[in-house]
Design a protein around this ligand. Structure first.
Ligand code: ADP
Ligand code: MG
Length: 143
């Protein structure tokens, strides 16, 4: 299995609770390399653009308001089978339904404020990484 990259966003709820370090540690413990990490404040336009696929959903406005409430930490993750392995570690969208040992079980508060984002396919991961990081800001694959 070849190495892949995927995008993680540590959402405002988890950053506010000072769980950034705890979440990065869970990722490293599962073998993910953190090839780019940046803390930033999403604007209305950037949050809307990132979640454009959910524009028609009833929670879209609430989701955008939440994501721009306070800073997020965007992280490019790399390991073998990164997209699927990170979705597993992230857990179900609703933290109440997430399995023990997942990031959302440990740090999510509700279906909306669920601590982290993760890309849902390799194709979407490529687009999401490019949305936040120019190539010069992402480390090369190690070894
Ligand atoms: P995931 O983040 O697990 O891929 P989705 O792509 O379906 O889930 O939804 C994107 C984000 O929208 C979720 O992570 C969550 O923050 C928010 N969201 C999803 N469903 C709801 C809901 N029913 N009510 C409020 N917010 C929601
Ligand atoms: Mg999704």
């Amino acid at each position: 299995m070849a190495k892949e990259r995927t995008l993680c966003i540590i959402k405002p709820d988890a950053v506010e609770k000072k769980k950034t370090g705890a979440i990065l540690a869970m990722l490293e413990d599962k073998g993910f390399d953190l090839v780019a990490v940046e803390k930033l404040q999403l604007s209305q336009a950037v949050a809307e653009g990132f979640y454009a696929v959910h524009k028609a959903r009833p929670f879209f406005g609430e989701l955008v308001d939440f994501m721009k409430r306070s800073p997020v930490v965007v992280v490019v993750l790399e390991r073998e089978d990164a997209v699927a392995e990170y979705r597993k570690l992230m857990g179900a969208t609703d933290p109440a339904k997430a399995e023990a040992g997942t990031i959302r079980k440990a740090h999510g508060g509700s279906v909306g404020e669920n601590a982290v984002h993760g890309s849902d396919s390799l194709e979407n991961a490529k687009g999401e990484i490019a949305y936040f990081f120019s190539a010069s800001k992402v480390a090369p694959t190690a070894g």
